[in-house]
Ligand binder design. Structure first.
Ligand code: PEP
Length: 254
């Protein structure tokens, strides 16, 4: 099955209104690129309205970096799905390793967030589920065990019909923001495992799920990573803050 390449920018706690204009203009100038590659930008939530003003006709799509699993209430500092959706988000990252490690996103909490996103207002939002092993887990040969546990828990309540609203991003924790990229072969091995696992659970519906690689993707290593058969695009942190580098990465997915 032919899946449209997908590249997602994760600005983390970075960016500005000025960078919003710069990156949006650079992206929108390359209409050929935006026809071939689905590009999503996940800025800090406070910049979503600025992004909304820059994008037209969904040529660039928007996402939130996280959500609270509750739809409203006394959750100071958090953002709900109705709020991020109203601000233009169509995608929501869930289970990013920085959230898992520093902000209490256990496998169970990730599951609750996935469930709430897929239940939201008639499935208007897509989940970008991040999974990945830590360095000591890879060193002790537990990579696949960790990925399987994260997938099985996060997707426990997800039906085959809902899978069309799911993206999986493989992000080895040791490669995020470290400059250490997984080799194309290492990444492909894990992506093939994820595809097989999804096929076992969901049969043909698994074919629709884009599988992204994330972890120190740069303009120079993107072509080899994206050439692998089970890598459908990337989740890009640091390099998404540099318009030229991010455009080169998106073009490598074309
Ligand atoms: C990320 O934050 O998801 C990420 C992959 O970051 P970086 O590209 O900087 O490693």
């Amino acid at each position: 099955m032919q899946r449209q390449p997908l590249v997602i920018a994760n600005w983390k706690m970075n960016g500005s209104r000025q960078l919003t204009s710069q990156l949006a203009q650079a992206l929108r100038a390359d209409t050929g690129l935006l026809n071939d590659v689905t590009v999503v930008v996940c800025p800090p939530a406070v910049l979503l309205p600025a992004w909304q003003q820059e994008v037209f006709y969904d040529d660039v799509h928007l996402g939130a970096q996280d959500t609270n699993e509750n739809s409203a209430g006394a959750h100071t500092g958090e953002h709900s799905l109705p709020l991020v959706s109203e601000a233009g988000a169509e995608y929501v990252l869930v289970g990013h390793s920085e959230r898992r490690q520093a902000y209490g996103d256990s496998d169970q909490r990730v599951q609750a967030k996935v469930d709430s996103i897929l239940a939201f207002a008639g499935q208007k939002l897509k989940v970008v589920l991040c999974v990945g092993e830590q360095e000591h887990e890879r060193d002790s040969g537990d990579t696949v065990k960790v990925i399987e546990r994260q997938l099985a828990t996060a997707l426990a309540n997800v039906s085959a019909g809902q899978l069309a609203h799911v993206v999986v991003a493989y992000e080895p924790v040791w490669a995020i923001g470290t400059g250490k990229t997984a080799s194309p072969e290492q990444a492909q091995d894990v992506h093939a495992f994820i595809r097989n696992w999804l096929q076992q659970q969901y049969d043909a519906a698994a074919e629709t799920v884009p599988l992204l690689y994330g972890g120190s993707v740069k303009a120079d290593n993107a072509p080899a990573l994206f050439a692998e058969s089970d890598i459908d695009g990337g989740l890009i942190g640091g390099a998404s803050l540099e318009p030229e580098a991010f455009l080169a990465i998106c073009r490598a997915a074309q």
